[in-house]
Design a protein around this ligand. Structure first.
Ligand SMILES: [Fe+2]
Ligand SMILES: [Fe+2]
Length: 135
């Protein structure tokens, strides 16, 4: 469990902005895990969870803008994956805020698996279509 959200070179896809945002997502998720493991209060954990949710949504919007710009043929399917995850995180955030759900290692593990799987499967497929790799 140590380093659950540690960045690994194998997660890099070679598009500057996307790799940088993925690293921030991992860092933010790691902060969330630290706060949970430290037993920090609901307000502190909730604020990091909210930051993670907002950052995830802005990252997804960035990828969707790039996909649109470069006329990526599988934009709809990719966007649907983003929307499904964002909905799950939003729902969890609402339940967390209302006291109906607690932060758990299982949830963080789910998020980690989703991120790694999505990056290596779906995000990687964008690479041949993104002409400006420094985008
Ligand atoms: Fe991504
Ligand atoms: Fe994506």
């Amino acid at each position: 469990m140590v380093g659950m959200f540690e960045w690994h070179e194998s997660y890099a896809i070679g598009i500057g902005s996307i790799d940088a945002q993925h690293q921030i997502l991992f860092q933010t998720a790691s902060r969330l895990r630290d706060a949970m493991l430290a037993g920090n209060g609901k307000a502190a954990v909730g604020s990091i969870l909210e930051r993670l949710l907002k950052y995830t949504e802005s990252h997804f919007a960035h990828e969707e803008r790039l996909m649109q710009l470069y006329q990526y043929p599988h934009l709809a399917a990719h966007k649907a994956q983003h929307e499904a995850l964002a909905r799950q995180v939003r729902d969890f955030h609402a339940k967390f805020q209302s006291g109906q759900a607690a932060m758990t290692v299982q949830l963080l593990q789910f998020l980690k698996n989703w991120l790694v799987g999505h990056i290596k499967e779906s995000d990687l497929k964008l690479v041949p279509f993104i002409k400006n790799k420094a985008a």
